[in-house]
Design a protein around this ligand. Structure first.
Ligand code: 13P
Ligand code: SF4
Length: 309
């Protein structure tokens, strides 16, 4: 039997669902019950009525699913699937950093560990970061962690002066303006779209900046037929599915390939998904206290992001 059939069978037997991020390989996205960006995945995890959640993404995402749905067993295909951005903000250093800013509100991007979430007043994702920051008074003193590129983007857009933690994503921060300019010259009919984890110089060149979900929606609804895409390669699968006639060019990370893969996201495979469901391991384990404290800023974000608010 193929892995896809074995996974389907086990999913039924174990009352499990698979949640997958857009940066997963196409086969994983196609077998998932839901594919989405960090906000959509968090919303789905919190609503899921199932015994097991297989999280095809990276660890901080699976951890967030556990925080939002503690009764479910949350399984991750590869325990080593981390995130350079989350790793750039170690909890002990962050705690020391916060001591310098006692009267500041702490806004953290969801790409951080559960420990950082327990030290935060509210969590944001790339799709609601601007509106969440704007929900605070203009003169509110704010610390934004851990992504300096997303934080800088929000500062420029809103005219704020948030103090930024100096973290980056190794997949987005590497994308250079030189490469992008070469691509735009070679494809003058294409629109550049970028994820806000890219550097300021890249974002300034883009016709559209948004979360993975927003980028996919933009390519579907915009009249352009061709897009230069500054984010991780996995997103192209969904873009092609939703807009089969359009052309997508990924901004490559280096000269060796025409791709830009997140090494952590790409640790997951169909075989590992099957194995983790069969073995019920690796499982995300968090202590009760961390779950309770980390859930407060995430639930605050979900409340603010409800449709119609
Ligand atoms: P999105 O929430 O936009 O999908 O971003 C997640 C991520 O890890 C980007 O690198
Ligand atoms: Fe983390 Fe960057 Fe990978 Fe997203 S693309 S999971 S931010 S390392």
């Amino acid at each position: 039997m193929k892995f896809v059939d074995k996974i389907k069978e086990l999913k039924k037997q174990k009352n499990a669902i698979i949640l997958a991020h857009y940066y997963q390989t196409g086969d994983i996205q196609d077998i998932a019950d839901y594919v989405g960006d960090s906000l959509g995945l968090s919303q789905k995890a919190s609503e899921a009525k199932c015994d097991r959640i297989v999280f095809a993404g990276v660890y901080f995402m699976a951890e967030t699913a556990k925080i939002l749905n503690p009764k479910a067993k949350v399984l991750i295909p590869d325990r080593e699937a981390g995130c350079s951005l989350a790793d750039s903000c170690p909890p002990d250093r962050f705690a020391d950093f916060l001591k310098q800013y006692p009267d500041y509100t702490v806004i953290s991007y969801i790409n951080c560990s559960a420990a950082i979430k327990t030290m935060s007043d509210i969590i944001v994702t790339s799709s609601n970061a601007v509106s969440v920051v704007e929900s605070f008074p203009k003169d509110q003193k704010i610390i934004f962690a851990p992504d300096r590129n997303l934080g800088g983007y929000i500062n420029r857009l809103t005219g704020r002066d948030m103090v930024l933690w100096d973290g980056t994503c190794e997949v987005h921060d590497i994308l250079s303006t030189e490469k992008i300019i070469q691509l735009t010259m070679a494809h003058p009919d294409a629109k550049l779209i970028a994820h806000p984890e890219c550097r300021a110089q890249v974002l300034e060149l883009a016709s559209f900046v948004g979360s993975t979900n927003e980028m996919i929606r933009f390519t579907r609804t915009d009249s352009s037929e061709k897009f230069i895409v500054a984010t991780e390669s996995g997103i192209i699968h969904q873009m092609k599915k939703e807009s089969p006639g359009k052309e997508f060019i990924i901004v490559p990370s280096d000269e060796s390939c025409a791709c830009n893969d997140c090494p952590y996201m790409k640790m997951n495979t169909m075989e590992k998904i099957y194995r983790c469901l069969a073995d019920e391991s690796p499982e995300v384990q968090l202590d009760e206290d961390t779950i309770v404290r980390a859930s407060v800023p995430i639930l605050r974000m979900l409340e603010l992001s409800k449709p119609g608010r």
